[in-house]
Ligand binder design. Sequence first.
Ligand SMILES: Cc1cc2nc3c(=O)[nH]c(=O)nc-3n(C[C@H](O)[C@H](O)[C@H](O)COP(=O)(O)OP(=O)(O)OC[C@H]3O[C@@H](n4cnc5c(N)ncnc54)[C@H](O)[C@@H]3O)c2cc1C
Length: 455
Amino acid sequence: MAETTKNQIDALGVTGSVTRPGDHGYDEERTGFQLLDPHQPEVLVGAESADDVRTAVEFAAARGSRVAVQATGHGQNRALDGGVLISTRRMSGVEVDPAARTAWIEAGATWHQVIEATAPHGLAPLSGSFPGVGAVSYTLGGGVGLLARKYGFAADHVRRIDLVTADGKLREVTGASDPDLFWALRGGGGNFGVVTGMEIDLVPVSRIYGGGLFFDADEVPEILAGWHRWTRDLPDEMTAAVAMLPFPDLPMVPEPLRGKHIAQVQIAYAGSPEDGERLLEPVRALGPTVRDTVREVPFTESGAVFDEPDRPHAYRSANLLVRDLDPDLLTTLTKAAGPSAPVMCVVGLRHLGGALARSPKIPNAVGHRDAGYSLSVLSPVEPGERESVRALHRDLLAPWSANAMGRSLNFTFDELGGAEIAAAFAPGDYRRLTEIRARHDPRAMFHVNHPISVP
Ligand SMILES: Cc1cc2nc3c(=O)[nH]c(=O)nc-3n(C[C@H](O)[C@H](O)[C@H](O)COP(=O)(O)OP(=O)(O)OC[C@H]3O[C@@H](n4cnc5c(N)ncnc54)[C@H](O)[C@@H]3O)c2cc1C
């Protein structure tokens, strides 16, 4: 690196860390949960404060560099090569206002950290399946959580967003201060600047009735069709999903799951355990379970509902949003993505609707509120498999394209083309997003996972 650049970095004056390739801590910090293709920035700023973020953005803007942001790396699917990476993992503060039922969360806070802070007050955030995910990016992408059908998208419950824009200014963005930016940020992702913190609503939930019912799909072949029929008539208090996972026949896999194609029904019920149990009866009646973890749990244990792996790994996924599920296509998909698939595929279905379909008081950019279901296929990726996995996902979802309304960017862990990103939004909304981006980031300085084009 040129001496002038070194001097410029040293003069940054950030209170956090500044590292470059080869420096101690650089590799560890640039590598997040997603291990495929980590960012390779020229300068990595480990921000400790909004001021550090502002300084890093100003530095990049002055040099004409690109800027990426990383909290946990769960959603990273487009590596930055060169430029400035702002790591927000040190900015994990959470302040709860129990009377107002709100929390101020810093850019790098995970849902786990938010839940730990809110639970003592009998309050919960609209967090998702995996508490290790970053709360801010999840919310910027919409955020479909465990209580989604009762309360809606996480993005529907944001009061204020502090944002550093490409001009290096730190702005407090609310519906009153900047209606366009406030609309765009809630659903439009990290395209408009670096969020340093946000104020979110909390909900009065301290316990849920939830967990997983695991079926052997060979023994209960009707499981997906049965789950689909069951979801048609559910109250908003019940948010449900199902995943189809082929487990390898290996000693480290727990015996009841080993070597089986498992359908894992995941439920979170925001009501009494008695009502939850009654509602779940038709699913239990579909056949014998090989494992049943459904019980009343404190919200602090809400990660047990999906029980997702917490070890960093390399993965890719594709997603579609559909109004309804076609049972014949489900049967075909289950077979093609089952144990005989060339790469392990996890098919994930989430039941949407309920409050997700209702517009929030202050409208936002979240697309396709009328989708009934989200359909994803996710695979671990070994070196050299990226293209074959992408082609497999495309082939598996191709028969669904006629039914598809668009896609959820939060559930898409892969690079998408411009038209595919646009398909996550209503056409008029996408145009508005491109205009707002052009106003605030005219040279597309922010390198984001799903970029909104600048006209
Ligand atoms: C196991 C797992 C479970 C998940 N469950 C759900 C779920 O239940 N519901 C749901 O809706 N989503 C879910 N997701 C998707 C998740 O919400 C997104 O991948 C989200 O982007 C992850 O945010 P992160 O901060 O953890 O990841 P990061 O990779 O750190 O961030 C992802 C991207 O967000 C942008 N970004 C991050 N921080 C900022 C910031 N401060 N300002 C501006 N932009 C920023 C950047 O473009 C960055 O590339 C899940 C993902 C995984 C891997």
